[in-house]
Design a protein around this ligand. Structure first.
Ligand code: SAH
Length: 397
């Protein structure tokens, strides 16, 4: 039998259905499980806790597939998980049969497949596998996904460095059907986007900001908008459609900006109102400050500044810096939509940083709305680590 036993007292998180088992919690490993193989997990008392994937080199040594249930982890298990995800997404307005839409179908630990992200882009799927357990069953997952969705192709984008921590090599390639090299077109709230599933960030795009982008459209009328960390321009495009008087799109990636520029015409928006600027936002905001520029709406949607606990202070300083600069650039009544996608930055701390930034900028600022993860990026209540995206909509006096 392949099994692990936990140290006394270390069963508590499993009893609360938390999916991770840290290496320090394990007392004994029996039966020499392979990387990713399923093991029985027992408390020190001998109580059976559940079935987990074993990950010999990771700090997260095990990830639970199921709790207090001996039903084997096999193709039927994944078939059931996918069926549930497809049905639940449909009930939230995300239908796999819709060949134009884009959404997240499997959100890893939050959807019962730890370490596995499955994003749908039109009739293609882009999958990222980050855990030994999901890797072990990858073929089943790909085949079932193809079968259940009738998609045109599946691309595996397991090319992030996190894989190395799990003892997995990076991998990128077609695992089913065909996936063209040219960008695939999707529709997001009526806006056309071109997604480069092969080379785009993450699985190709930032699906998690869909709701926030829509909200900006509703607020942008007659406003001068500065969209920082714009990637392929999403917030700026919605602002333009919402009647913004001007939009500046800023990013360091020239490839992303090129797509952003193409999307303006693809969506029949007024290209004379938008400027695309390749720049480091930290430097660009300082230039705007030195030129005493003003904006009526600023978006700050930076990449993850905090990758691990050691980066918390440095990351916090980064958030403070850009928010302080942005607040200085806000015209009276101006709005700032500010985000953090660092899971390690808790909302309380983020709000404190925003308060400090406002105080240092000598601005009186109100929080008027909050942003979080949309319904296709659900949160498992037993897994607080799954909450990474948070945002505040602020208005300055
Ligand atoms: N708002 C975007 C997603 C932003 S992702 C959307 O709605 O799709 C973060 C972006 O920040 C990436 O495109 C990345 O290229 C960019 N980036 C990272 N560091 C940067 C920096 N210092 N200055 C400008 N852009 C940066």
């Amino acid at each position: 039998m392949k099994a692990i036993t936990l140290h006394a007292g270390k069963e508590k998180s499993a009893l609360r259905y938390h999916p991770w088992i840290f290496s320090g919690a394990i007392e004994k490993v029996m039966g020499e499980p392979e990387c990713g193989e399923t093991v029985d997990v027992y408390a020190y008392s001998g109580e059976f806790l559940g079935l987990a994937a074993f990950s010999p080199t990771s700090q997260i040594r095990g990830r639970f597939w199921s709790f207090k249930d001996k039903a084997p982890i096999n193709r039927a298990f994944f078939s059931n998980v996918l069926d549930k995800a497809i049905a639940n997404r449909k009930s939230r307005g995300f239908d796999v049969a819709d060949k134009a839409s884009a959404f997240r179908l499997i959100n890893a630990e939050n959807d019962g497949i730890p370490g596995c992200i499955i994003d749908k882009y039109a009739d293609l799927y882009s999958i990222e596998i980050l855990s030994a357990g999901a890797e072990f069953f990858r073929k089943d997952i790909f085949e079932l996904l193809a079968e259940k969705t009738g998609c045109r192709g599946i691309l595996e984008r397991s090319d992030s460095d996190i894989r190395l921590k799990e003892g997995l090599e990076k991998r990128k390639g077609i695992v089913f059907g065909e996936v063209p090299t040219e960008p695939v077109e999707i529709l997001e709230n009526g806006m056309r986007f071109k997604i480069d599933v092969w080379n785009g960030h993450k699985t190709g795009y930032y699906l998690d900001q869909r709701d926030a982008r829509k909200r900006i459209e509703e607020l942008a009328e007659n406003r001068r908008v500065l969209n920082c960390f714009c990637y392929t321009g999403g917030f700026g495009l919605f602002a333009l459609r919402g009647g913004a008087s001007s939009v500046i799109q800023v990013d360091v990636s020239s490839d992303a900006l090129k797509i952003a520029e193409d999307l303006v015409t693809l969506n029949n928006l007024d290209a004379s109102k938008v400027i695309h600027t390749e720049a480091d936002v930290f430097v660009y905001l300082r230039k705007c400050r030195d030129r005493a520029e003003q904006f009526d709406f600023i978006v700050l949607d930076p990449p993850k500044f905090i990758e691990s606990k050691d980066h918390l202070n440095k990351g916090a300083r980064g958030y403070k810096d850009i928010n302080l600069l942005a607040m200085k650039l806000l015209a009276p009544g101006g709005m700032l939509a500010t985000f953090s996608c660092s899971g390690l930055m808790e909302i309380g701390l983020f709000q404190k940083i925003i308060a400090d930034a406002a105080s240092d900028a000598h601005r009186s600022v109100q929080i008027i709305e909050r942003f979080g993860q949309p319904a296709d990026h659900p949160l498992n209540t037993a897994f607080p680590e799954g909450q990474y995206l948070k945002g505040l909509l602020l208005q300055a006096e």
